[in-house]
Ligand binder design. Structure first.
Ligand code: NAP
Length: 552
């Protein structure tokens, strides 16, 4: 442990330059990591690009932003007191409520003195001779740390597509993942939204209530299930809280670390009437539970077709104009092979007279002009453009940082054919660099807060072990990594996921290697594997004492 600074000193009064650990980002992952590092007695600094904590949720303050995991589950589980005392207001939490919650956590656990806001980590270079990382920021900080822990997030590198002429646009433009903090008034405006993923599907119905004319530019339609969001009575929360620990235990043993009603039946093992009954029941309950109506929807195309057909039928029944309904019904991928969206009034919004839908497959965007957006057939005059065009997911936030490991190897170069990790937590050649919810870990295929906690706890246990044993360096073994990557790809190949052009596959970023990014073997299984690795003496990791003369 270095004795550079007390974890309770503020950056402004004590500009330290040496820490045991640097944590990149202070969303859900970074905050919990800082807490665990402090408990270990390690000095740590969390660098945060925003001027507040919250990570992805800090930036995604667009109208309608809300989580699609229910409030009682989308929260930390590490503190029984915390989960007992917090009171949510709705079935699904709004973005501002999540931000209030995460600020409460930062205050309650006195984490703010460990955090430097408005500071983006730009480089992390491993000094092999010293066995230490040199970390640089856009504010000119140059600090040294034994450990670097990326908590930079899976969905934090917002991507504006490269459309010629954006600079010439006379109106205002926004990205949902980088929304301004001040309120944007769209009253009376002609607004265009590009993108119909989870963000677009949330922002479109809310904007439709404000604007004079809304034009949605859709390249690929997505499946969306109604949220049926509602106020969450305190009595209902209290009833849940009686068994909070048990709910968490059961959730963590499941595939997605969320308490869904996981079916044990194949969709093809029941007759048409029974399937319809099951889908009706799940549709009426709302949310992502729908994807678990049968146990083979994500592995068997014929099974999946039954669920996809059901939702396509729902779209036709909601959207009055048959031409619009046909455009909104996905046909190029099965339900759940891209992240299913959860909405409030999404499809019904297209019945409003001032909402129109442009099919970019038929008439692609050619450029943006001062007056608006031009497709191959016409110019759409606009006062504002909202990009709901997604993220360079999972690896994008790491790519923004110049990370160099042994021999000066850039992480980007190592990963030029796709990310390679062991357990999604470390990558060989980059000693003491940890990734919370890195590629090839369950992360975005689960309730990400549960995945975050599991990773942070696992990393903290390893650091505690190293401290106790006088070890200086942890590094993934090359063969363990190769096997893990192969295992990850094999698991994905047994599902229908690779059949969709999704951000799960890196397919939304031109030139990004097509590699399935999350571990899809289930959160419960993954946790067991991580425990087995520890029980076998950190199998697949090289743990080394300090080299003579300090070299690790
Ligand atoms: P996304 O799912 O990647 O969707 C991006 C949309 O933009 C797609 O419709 C895409 O079309 C379109 N697009 C991208 N580039 C385009 C271009 N050059 N021209 C025209 N259209 C273009 O991104 P997202 O909606 O931000 O969601 C990302 C993830 O964030 C979600 O899957 C979810 O995990 C998370 N999220 C969660 C919530 C929630 O909890 N409720 C809310 C928002 C986001 P193509 O499909 O044709 O590429």
């Amino acid at each position: 442990m270095t004795a550079s600074t007390s974890s309770t000193q503020t950056p402004t009064t004590a500009p330290a330059t040496t820490f045991d650990a640097v944590v990149i980002g202070t969303g859900f992952a970074g905050l919990y990591m800082l807490l665990r590092l402090r408990e270990l007695g390690l000095t740590a600094r969390g660098y945060e690009a925003g001027d507040g904590v919250g990570g992805t949720w800090y930036w995604n303050c667009y109208p309608g932003a809300r989580c699609d995991v229910e409030s009682m589950q989308y929260s930390y589980s590490f503190s029984e007191e915390l989960q007992q005392e917090w009171v949510w207001s709705e079935r699904y939490p709004r973005q501002d409520e999540i931000i209030n919650y995460i600020n409460h956590v930062a205050d309650r656990f006195k984490l703010r003195p460990m955090i430097q806001l408005n500071t983006r980590v730009t480089s992390a270079v491993y000094d092999e001779a010293a066995g230490l990382w040199q970390v640089g920021t856009d504010q000119g900080d140059r600090v040294t740390a034994r450990y670097v822990i990326s908590a930079a997030g899976c969905l934090s590198a917002a991507r504006v597509p490269d459309i010629p002429g954006l600079d010439s646009f006379k109106g205002k433009w926004y990205h949902t993942g980088n929304w301004p903090k001040e309120e944007v008034d769209f009253t009376g405006k002609r607004v265009g939204v590009i993108g119909t993923g989870s963000s677009g599907i949330q922002v479109i119905p809310v904007l439709a209530n404000q604007v004079a004319q809304l034009t949605v530019f859709q390249r690929t339609p997505n499946f969306s299930i109604p949220a049926w969001n509602r106020p969450l009575p305190v009595a209902e929360q209290d009833a849940w809280k009686v068994n909070y620990e048990e709910h968490r235990r059961v959730a963590k043993a499941s595939r997605s670390a969320i308490l869904y009603e996981y079916s044990q039946r194949s969709a093809l093992a029941v007759d048409e009437l029974e399937r319809q009954r099951e889908y009706d029941k799940r549709w009426a309950r709302g949310g992502n539970n729908f994807t678990h109506s049968f146990n083979d929807l994500l592995t068997n195309k014929a099974a999946n077709d039954t669920a996809s057909d059901y939702v396509r039928g729902k779209i036709r029944s909601i959207v009055k104009d048959p031409a619009k309904a046909a455009l909104l019904a996905p046909t190029d991928h099965g339900l759940g092979t891209k992240r299913v969206c959860v909405d409030t009034n999404y499809y019904a919004t297209y019945n409003l007279p001032h909402v129109s839908l442009v099919d970019l497959r038929a008439t692609p965007i050619t450029k943006i002009e001062p007056e608006g957006l031009r497709t191959t057939d016409k110019l759409y005059p606009l006062d504002a453009i909202v990009f709901a065009t997604g993220y360079d997911a999972v690896t994008g936030s790491l790519d923004l940082i110049d990370i160099r490991g042994r021999g000066g190897l850039a992480l980007k170069s190592k990963w030029h054919e796709g990310p390679r990790t062991y357990l999604g937590v470390m990558t060989q050649g980059f000693p003491n660099l940890f990734m919370v919810t890195g590629p090839q870990s369950p992360s975005i295929a689960t309730n990400v807060i549960m995945s975050i906690e599991q990773h942070v706890d696992w990393i903290a246990r390893l650091l505690g072990h190293m401290n106790a044993q006088g070890l200086a360096t942890a590094e993934a073994d090359a063969k363990a990594e190769t096997d893990w990557v192969a295992n990850n790809n094999e698991l994905a190949s047994k599902t229908l996921f690779p059949s969709a052009n999704s951000w799960f596959m890196g397919a939304n970023i031109p030139g990004k290697p097509r590699v399935f990014l999350p571990y899809i073997g289930g959160f419960g299984n993954y946790t067991n594997i991580c425990e087995e690795v520890i029980a076998a003496g950190y199998k697949g990791f090289h743990l080394s004492p300090p080299a003579p003369g300090g070299k690790a």
